[in-house]
Ligand binder design. Structure first.
Ligand code: SAM
Ligand code: GLN
Length: 280
């Protein structure tokens, strides 16, 4: 690539190389180059013939190599947009997924704008769900936990940068850090991938502890079904994200632990991905 020195040529070459491993090859190449030259993407379209110096080309190639090795764009750029918020992400945090926005949407439909609700987000990662809810409902107090102290550092920094004061972060194992407290609602996108799922190969850069939950992917959900009831006000809802093929098993686990009104919601692709259950 050293002798490909214009924006257009570099982009064409990179798109070609990315084609085999990314279904958004051209976009990835543009985003990586825009970031390398610290310009908006539109600059690339306006200046296709602009020459690039050796240093720029070699910095771009470093980023391209990371992408070719399967690293998510979000880790290379260090950010991911979620609920229109620019969140910092690191390899200690899962990259927030668009379908998780449905969980936020369903939660917001229930949280009154003018009430001071206490909301708990278990396994907060980058803080995506907790921060989005706290931002949309400034009168509420959101508590977010994670077993990873490193992830919580990122989440805290995200809340600080986005100027969201009504969220607190506590390290610990699931409900352990909030034992004895009560909430009006609990939300969680826990790990739910089966430990032998072939899809994990493509997710090798993200923390296993954020993705995997035992042989059937339900280990974390079983813990939440068992322990969350004691933390909810009567009538309070538990909202859990899960895999598309887990609808029945999640409902069964919840009913086994005495939850009522168990209902599953489809994501934007029409797949059953969020289950809501209620404490009597
Ligand atoms: N809520 C974030 C999101 O939606 O982008 C992250 C979700 S990620 C699928 C699951 C999170 O659960 C990870 O951040 C992981 O560290 C956390 N986790 C795993 N085991 C845990 C445990 N025993 N207690 C608390 N959190 C845990
Ligand atoms: N939705 C993630 C995936 O891409 C899994 C996240 C999780 O386990 N909560 O498979």
């Amino acid at each position: 690539m050293n002798n490909l020195t214009t924006i257009k040529a570099v982009l064409e070459d990179a798109t070609c190389r990315l084609d085999a491993s990314s279904d958004s090859a051209r976009l990835d190449a543009e985003l990586l180059l825009a970031r390398t030259i610290d310009m908006p993407r539109s600059y690339l379209f306006a200046h296709p013939e602009e020459p690039l110096d050796e240093t720029t080309v070699s910095r771009f190639r470093e980023a391209l190599d990371r992408r070719l090795a399967g690293e998510p764009m979000a880790y290379i750029s260090g950010t991911r947009e979620f609920w229109s918020l620019e969140l910092m992400v690191t390899p200690a945090t899962l990259v927030p997924r668009p379908e998780t926005e449905l969980l936020v949407d369903l939660a917001l439909r229930e949280i009154p704008r003018r009430a001071e609700w206490r909301i708990l987000d278990l396994g907060t990662g980058s803080g995506a769900i907790a921060i989005a809810i706290a931002k949309e409902r400034p009168l509420s107090s959101v508590t977010a936990t994670d077993v990873s102290a490193e992830a919580l550092e990122v989440a805290r920094e995200n809340a600080r940068q986005l100027d969201v004061p009504n969220v607190e972060f506590i390290a610990g194992d699931w409900t352990g850090p909030v034992c004895g407290r009560t909430f009006n609602m609990i939300v969680s996108n826990p790990p739910y991938v089966r430990s032998d799922d072939a899809a994990l190969d493509a997710l090798h850069c993200e923390p296993r502890s954020a993705l995997c939950a035992g042989a059937d992917g339900l280990d974390a959900i079983r813990i939440l079904a068992r322990d969350c009831g004691a933390l909810l006000e009567p009538g309070g809802a538990l909202l859990i994200e899960h895999g598309a093929e887990q609808r029945e098993s999640v409902a069964a686990v919840l009913r086994e632990h005495g939850w009522s009104d168990v209902a599953c919601h489809a994501d934007y692709a029409g797949l059953p991905r969020i289950t809501v259950a209620r404490r009597d």
